[in-house]
Design a protein around this ligand. Structure first.
Ligand code: GAP
Length: 435
């Protein structure tokens, strides 16, 4: 990890340039909740689109789903979340602060005392009520993972698509956890987004498929620009495995606060389909029409966090350098992820012809690339602003452009400038983007 990248710098850039704001900031903020600003929403959408393209559109064995957040309460009994999705908490008897038992060592991280209450299981699911009654009969939970929406729709997808094993279902959506210790910016939140795949396979093929998915997902982060040395795989020990998993490997990223999980790829066996069959009375077995056998497929689950991936892409892209004695901050986001691909900047905003040409170019380019027009500062400041948000190209229109019908194109990473004919600009940029 580049030592010049600190979380303070990332948080400050995110606020300054409109990537991420604290939720409800005008009221003093809500702990561990964050809002994506004008550029953050574009970046996060690019992350989700890149994932969807790679795991749904580019594969013949995958389909998508968008299930509801609120589900039948029995779902969580069957999945085991009602009983097992807990953290063990203790209270410090001196300062009354509450901690996860695995975080205290033998003394209170707040006041140093060594006297704690007995550990108590604390369920991480957030609860609400549906309808007019607020008793236990109306209790529902905000899903703590998107996965269960896929399992309960297994039969529907199978019937609607006539899929044969192996095949998978992908979903992106919000998940909620009443995390006790949150923190590290958007790394651990109470409301976050997951991108999850449930990939259904013959039981005897689960091991090989697990390995294939680990490799594919590890490569995906690199394809989108994360440096290999900042990624690693970590296999879970037996004691660490979730109640449903036979094996799990995490993809970890070297954040400024240390190596931490981006995504887990688990072998969930046939646990979930069996449980939902038993609890719902609906047969969720797969019928192999060739052998005429019915059985529960095994499930390989690559489960990543949209917010964590977005944060890792931001951290990895952050770069500082000295240019002519001044600090230049540049976000080296990949072409797929950069929120703005082209910024059109008029050199003289008082010259109406220059402004008109710049606006015309913006209107033309936006049909092909996410493009902005900006005339709110001097050209030096505008370049710096675009570098800081990762804009790939700046196109500058000056008075000469009116005569020679050419504009200056500046590339973010090298700051190299080319003079390009206006009528060739789209072709020039398209070629640059496909290189
Ligand atoms: N369906 C399996 C599952 O939910 P998980 O390891 O608990 O597994 C999967 O979560 C991914 O979701 C994590 O790797 C992480 O990227 C993301 N995630 C989990 N809890 C999160 C939180 N509190 N804030 C942000 N992302 C979170």
């Amino acid at each position: 990890m580049d030592k010049s990248v600190t979380m303070d710098k990332i948080v400050s850039l995110c606020k300054r340039r409109g990537f991420i704001f604290q939720s409800s900031e005008v009221y003093g903020g809500l702990a561990n909740a964050w809002d994506y600003g004008p550029l953050g929403v574009e970046l996060k959408r690019n992350v989700k689109n890149a994932w969807w393209k790679s795991v749904v559109h580019e594969r013949d064995d995958m389909v998508g789903l968008d299930a509801s957040i609120l589900m039948h309460p029995q779902t969580w009994k069957a999945s085991g979340h009602a009983d097992n999705f807990t953290d063990t908490l203790v209270d410090c008897k001196k300062c009354k602060k509450r901690f996860r038992v695995d975080q205290i060592g033998n003394k209170c991280p707040h006041c140093g005392a060594k006297d704690f209450t007995e550990g108590r299981a604390f369920n991480l699911m957030l609860k609400t009520h549906l309808g007019a009654m607020t008793d236990s009969s109306s209790e529902v939970f905000f899903r703590p993972e998107t996965a269960q929406g896929i399992f309960v729709n297994f039969r529907n997808v199978l019937d609607a698509t006539s899929r044969k094993l192996p095949f998978g279902i992908a979903q992106i959506g919000k998940a909620f956890r009443n995390e006790v210790t949150a923190g590290n910016f958007t790394f651990r939140m109470r409301e976050f987004e997951q991108m999850e795949i449930e990939y259904f396979v013959l039981p005897e093929e689960a091991k090989a498929s697990h390995k294939e998915w680990i490799d594919a997902r590890f490569q995906w982060y690199q394809n989108l620009g994360i440096k290999k040395e900042n990624l690693k795989l970590r296999k879970h020990g037996k004691e660490e495995l979730a109640h449903y998993a036979q094996g799990c490997t995490d993809i970890e990223y070297n954040f400024p606060f240390g190596w931490s999980e981006l995504e887990g790829i688990a072998n969930r066996t046939d646990f979930d389909l069996k449980q939902h069959s038993e609890f719902s009375g609906t047969d969720l077995r797969y019928h192999d029409k060739v052998t005429n056998k019915k059985f529960y497929p095994y499930v390989i689950e690559p489960s990543g966090g949209v917010d964590r991936a977005t944060l890792a892409f931001l951290v990895d892209a952050y770069h500082e350098e000295e240019v002519e004695g001044r600090l230049r901050v540049v976000l080296r986001l990949s072409r797929e992820l950069a929120p703005i691909k082209v910024a059109v900047l008029p050199l003289l905003k008082k010259n109406t012809e220059v402004v008109a040409l710049a606006k015309k170019l913006k209107a033309d380019l936006i049909k092909v690339f996410p493009t902005v027009y900006d005339d709110t500062a001097s050209i030096g400041k505008l370049y710096r602003r675009q570098d800081e948000v990762g804009t790939f190209f700046c196109v500058t229109v000056d008075v000469n452009s009116l005569e020679d019908k050419k504009v200056t194109v500046r590339f973010r990473d090298t700051m190299q400038q080319d003079r390009v004919a206006v009528d060739k600009l789209k072709i020039y940029l398209t070629e640059k983007f496909s290189n």
